[in-house]
Design a protein. Structure first.
Length: 289
């Protein structure tokens, strides 16, 4: 590793100023659980690391029954998985956060960092997509909001421009009789990268689907929002036929690759299976709310 300057601003303005000054030569980081490994391996290079964990706005985890959830980009995953509010209102996202690495890693890693890493196989990104989350970004030109499904533009690359910083994730409050779920397939029992990941949210009106969203990971160059399968469920009972149709449409939307962890054919099959299961779990939870 080459010499790197380390800075830890305590305010958002300070962080943006540092990032603006150094441009592409500076990188923000939260826990560093991905970035430090990438720097050691030479996958990424930077001359300035800007530690954002001391910034209060990035450590916010607050829920309002009308406005929804504000999840700071630097909130550790362990705070999410141990939060009663998160388990009650966003169980799928909570499950995804709990799957990131070991407990030691979860004390450092954050959902914001998981998103900014830009991995197609990130666990929390499909869960965020299923919930309709928006990323609030602040930079030298002001602030903007980006739907999470549009945040990752290619493997390892996001919409963040030099000097910009992800501040928080804004997630709508769950509608009545609505819930979510996240499932993934990995070769090992734990601490592995998803071969396929599926996030699903379902809103019920009686025994029929009123609204649904499906987020997919590790099946394309970027995480995906699959609208055709989700829209096809609206107005229908979530029975075997509708679940089968949703799973088939998801498989058709996937564009996976062959690698050492799974073939294209296997990923297409698993994507359909996990979609059916995630939708079923989300619906069962929604019935209890």
């Amino acid at each position: 590793m080459h010499a790197i300057n380390y800075e830890a601003p305590s305010t958002l303005d300070q962080a943006v100023s540092i990032l603006k000054t150094h441009g592409e030569n500076a990188r923000p980081f939260c826990g560093g659980t991905d970035l430090l490994i990438q720097l050691r391996a030479g996958v990424r290079r930077t001359s300035h690391l800007v530690d954002i964990k001391k910034i209060k706005e990035l450590q916010t985890l607050s829920f309002d029954a009308k406005k929804g959830l504000r999840l700071g980009a630097a909130v550790p995953c362990i705070d999410i998985s141990e939060s009663d509010v998160m388990r009650q209102h966003y169980p799928g996202l909570t499950e995804a956060a709990h799957l990131i690495g070991s407990l030691q890693i979860q004390n450092r890693a954050s959902v914001g960092g998981n998103l900014c890493n830009g991995s197609p196989a990130a666990d929390t990104t499909p869960a965020l997509i299923a919930l309709g989350a928006r990323a609030r970004v602040v930079g030298p030109s002001g602030e903007r909001e980006v739907p999470v499904e549009d945040f990752v533009v290619s493997p390892g690359r996001t919409v963040l421009k030099p000097g910009e910083l992800l501040v928080e994730l804004l997630i709508p409050a769950p509608a009545p009789h609505s819930s979510d779920a996240y499932l993934r397939f990995i070769p090992r029992n734990e601490m592995d990268i998803a071969v396929v990941g599926v996030g699903a949210s379902v809103t019920l009106d009686g025994d029929k689907v009123k609204a649904a969203r499906i987020g997919l990971g590790a099946v394309a160059a970027t995480p995906l929002l699959e609208t055709k399968a989700a829209d096809g469920l609206i107005g229908k009972k979530l029975d075997d036929a509708s679940l089968e149709a949703a799973g088939r449409l998801v498989s058709e939307a996937c564009k996976p690759i062959d690698d050492m962890r799974g073939t294209i054919e296997f990923r297409l099959h698993v994507a359909g299976v996990l979609t059916r299961r995630a939708l079923t779990i989300a619906a069962e939870r929604a019935k209890k709310i």
